[in-house]
Design a protein around this ligand. Structure first.
Ligand code: NI
Length: 194
């Protein structure tokens, strides 16, 4: 996800993960890239390759800046996303979700203005369950369960959607979706991407 509109950049904060490998910033794909519409494959083993990918994704996300990034957005069709919804004045709190699965969603919903690093500078309100329970593996391959609400719940659902080829614009009216797709398709053509 892109930062919430009006949010401030957290780009200057120190990176909290302790390791020595040099991270690589990846290129973030934008619509209408077809890889964003693929269903990603489960991660079989959480090995050093997956950890390196997660670290690259965090680096890419912080640099963008964004608050969430799914592997398919950097062209890796694997069930993995990263996020950090820590407030701007708090220490960084990078989270890695591998093979995430929502096992419970609340009836209650909430609305957030969402954005996406693959649809730059476009924001719309999206209604989603307000609370979700998610099972996943962390960066060390350990099984985790987390109950999330607020922005974290929305962000988890937004990023998990990416792993199934779903984008937040899919929740908008056809008119709005077609309008944004047309705009980005035109931009991609002008840039020689398609
Ligand atoms: Ni997104």
């Amino acid at each position: 996800m892109s930062p919430v509109v009006g949010g401030r950049s957290r780009i200057d904060r120190p990176f909290a993960i302790a390791y020595v490998r040099r991270m690589t910033k990846r290129t973030i794909l934008t619509i209408p890239d077809s890889q964003l519409r693929e269903v990603c494959a489960p991660v079989q083993t959480v090995d050093d390759g997956i950890r390196a990918l997660a670290d690259d994704m965090l680096e890419t996300m912080y640099d963008a800046p964004g608050i969430g990034l799914a592997a398919s957005q950097v062209g890796e069709l694997k069930r993995l996303f990263v996020l950090d919804v820590a407030p701007e004045d708090a220490p960084r709190n990078p989270l890695v979700f591998i093979n995430p699965k929502i096992v419970w969603s609340s009836e209650e919903t909430s609305v957030y203005q969402e954005g996406c690093l693959s649809i730059p500078e476009y924001y719309e309100d999206v209604e989603r369950p307000a609370v979700v329970k998610v099972q996943f593996q962390n960066r060390d391959g350990e099984d985790q369960e987390l109950e999330a609400n607020g922005l974290l719940a929305t962000c988890i659902q937004h990023e998990l959607d990416h792993l199934n080829g779903t984008l937040f614009i899919d929740y908008l009216s056809k008119l709005k979706r077609d309008r944004v797709l047309k705009k980005f398709t035109k931009q991609a053509k002008l840039a020689g991407k398609i």
